[in-house]
Design a binder for this molecule. Structure first.
Ligand code: HEM
Length: 551
């Protein structure tokens, strides 16, 4: 539409220049073009902001919430999961709600299961991740990664990488996760002992655990992917860990992300070539990939030299070398994708679980008893899937935490079918942004009952598959359909083991949330949420950690 307006402005300027003024200097032509642009631009803006949504848009008859006057809507940033939830509850609708997002752009909020299934399964090829998400993810992982690719390339990519996540391999990872959990629990005990001079508002001292969980999940992916730990917990200042955490930290991305919403990667790199921050990001990303390439090369060399001494094992690198279907560059992109997909997500999920448990000592005690009665500590025997997978309360607590605290609270899509598509029979034009409210679906009373907002592990003990809800589409933490999380099995196994080892050995007591000990928010209900793609507790989670004797 904007292109049409600009083209007609240009044609208008030419016609005016040739037929009416009969003048031929280029300076008068540009003056006329500028004058016409000055007239056309406000008309275009008026059309886009007021006329189109009110009188032209095919979505104009859908129910919509009251979002206040235009000037308020224009300044609005991305809407929170709670705001979307309030509309779902209060705007009468038949599965779709129309609202205005960033810069007043029309968007659709999906509220019914049928519409979610159309969008993610039956018509999934008509939708794509948003340009912003695709741009950021392509910068980090490469254009052919699972996050970014579409159509047949995506299908082939999923087929080729699925063997990494077979349930059999996930079970083989339990002892490794147990060892990471043991090292993490040692580090937490040490950190609590050295909790520093700064006191919390209540007078005690505390440990910020979210950043330690991030290091643990980074190490777990290192082991599972490349067959070796990055030693992020034991040696957080090593070059790889420092570079990875700096370059991949979402806080450093806002400027790049904003530009990636409008331009392709190469253009963004040119536009930001002056920025030290961006140069640091690019160098960091390159360093992480080069490090991965070197680990792959070393392993290939070891196996070529002496395959008896260095037989291929069961980490993802070994599995891929056995399969022999990937080039080294592809492998680097795949492992960077897994690092990115599986590091922050699992760490945040664990943080939310401990956030809840640290406020419920009784549940912690019951969970610890179950673990201690059935599992030997990882310092004396490897943790196995056979023991943990059958513990009802442990599995119930993890599933309930993933339901109540989904770290991707809203799934975003954009209509990518050039001719548009339909949702529940409603025509939806190309480029329309869609929100799928994972947070609301997971807490919806019509699916989960009147106690939907309560933390009740028992619902999963009674119904381990669906927690008393209808089916898998009622719990969307890992999404569903053709692009659902490929690492779900990995994440569930990892979190189950880490939770068992941490609660088996330690007691957590909530102290507060925030950036520094002395300015903590000590009322857990007032915690802030920081959402980039993943939702985290703003400023971190501070707890007292106590070792409980006897395990
Ligand atoms: C608690 C942990 C995790 C949660 C809650 C989670 C959640 C999700 C969600 C909701 C999606 C869909 C996103 C979208 O469609 O826009 C997704 C996709 C994905 N996840 Fe996860 N994830 C987790 C852990 C992992 C792990 C451990 C890995 C890899 C080792 C991983 C790799 C991926 C990949 C590659 C995709 C893209 C799949 C595709 O487009 O085909 N995730 N994840």
């Amino acid at each position: 539409m904007a292109g049409m307006f600009l083209a007609s402005t240009l044609v208008g300027a030419l016609v005016y220049h040739r037929l009416i003024t009969h003048e031929s200097t280029s300076s008068t032509f540009f003056l006329q073009l500028a004058t016409l642009l000055l007239v056309v631009t406000p008309v275009l803006i008026l059309y886009k902001l007021v006329v189109y949504p009110r009188f032209v848009s095919p979505l104009r008859h859908l129910p919509k919430p009251d979002q206040g006057p235009l000037r308020q809507r224009l300044l609005k940033r991305q809407l929170s999961a709670e705001e979307l939830d309030a509309w779902i509850k209060h705007v009468p609708n038949d599965g779709l709600i129309r609202y205005h997002g960033v810069l007043n752009k029309e968007e659709i909020l999906i509220t019914s299961k049928d519409a979610v299934q159309e969008c993610l399964r039956s018509k999934a090829s008509d939708y794509n991740r948003t340009p912003l998400n695709r741009g950021v993810l392509a910068s980090l992982t490469g254009p052919t990664s699972l996050f970014v690719s579409t159509g047949d390339i995506h299908k082939v990519g999923r087929k080729k990488t699925a063997p990494f996540f077979q349930p059999k391999h996930m079970k083989e990872l339990y002892p490794m996760f147990g060892e990471v959990g043991r090292i993490l629990s040692d580090a937490l005990v040490g950190a609590n002992a050295n909790a520093g001079d700064e006191k919390t508002p209540g007078g005690g001292s505390a440990v910020e655990v979210a950043s330690m969980f991030q290091k643990a999940t980074l190490d777990a992916i290192g082991h599972a992917g490349y067959g070796q730990s990055f030693r992020a917990i034991e040696d957080p200042s090593n070059e790889f860990v420092k570079t990875y955490i700096r370059a991949f930290s979402p806080e450093l991305w806002p400027r790049r992300a904003a530009l990636l919403a409008f331009f392709d990667r190469q253009t963004v790199d040119k536009l930001l070539s002056f920025s030290k921050n961006n140069q640091g990001l690019l160098k960091g990303m390159q360093y992480v990939k080069d490090h991965g390439r070197e680990l792959i090369r070393q392993r290939q060399q070891d196996v070529e030299k002496d395959s008896e001494k260095s037989p291929l094992g069961n980490d993802m690198l070994d599995i891929s070398l056995k399969a022999g279907v990937f080039s080294n560059d592809e492998l680097v992109d795949i492992f960077t994708t897994f690092l990115l997909g599986g590091h922050e997500t699992s760490a945040s999920s664990l943080t939310w679980t401990i956030f809840h448990l640290s406020q419920d000592k009784d549940l912690q005690r019951r969970l610890r008893s179950e673990i201690r009665e059935n599992v030997r500590p990882p310092s004396s025997a490897p943790i196995t899937a056979e023991t943990l997978d059958n513990l009802p309360l442990l599995n119930g607590v993890l599933k309930e935490s993933l339901r109540l605290y989904p770290i991707i609270r809203t799934l975003r899509r954009e209509v990518s079918a050039k001719k548009g598509t339909t949702l529940l029979g409603q025509y939806v034009p190309f480029g329309t942004l869609i929100s799928i409210p994972i947070w609301s679906i997971n807490r919806d009373q019509s699916r989960w009952g009147s106690d939907a907002q309560e933390f009740k592990p028992e619902r999963w003990i009674e119904d381990p598959a669906h927690g008393g809800a209808g089916d898998a589409w009622d719990e969307m933490t890992f999404s569903q359909g053709t692009r659902h999380c490929i690492g779900e099995g990995f994440a569930r196994s990892e979190l189950l083991v880490l939770l068992a080892v941490l609660v088996g050995r330690l007691e957590f007591e909530f102290v507060g949330t925030g950036r520094t000990q002395s300015s903590l928010e000590t009322d857990p209900k007032k915690h802030g949420v920081r959402t980039t793609v993943v939702s985290r507790i703003a400023g971190g989670l501070w707890v007292n950690v106590r070792e409980v004797d006897g395990w």
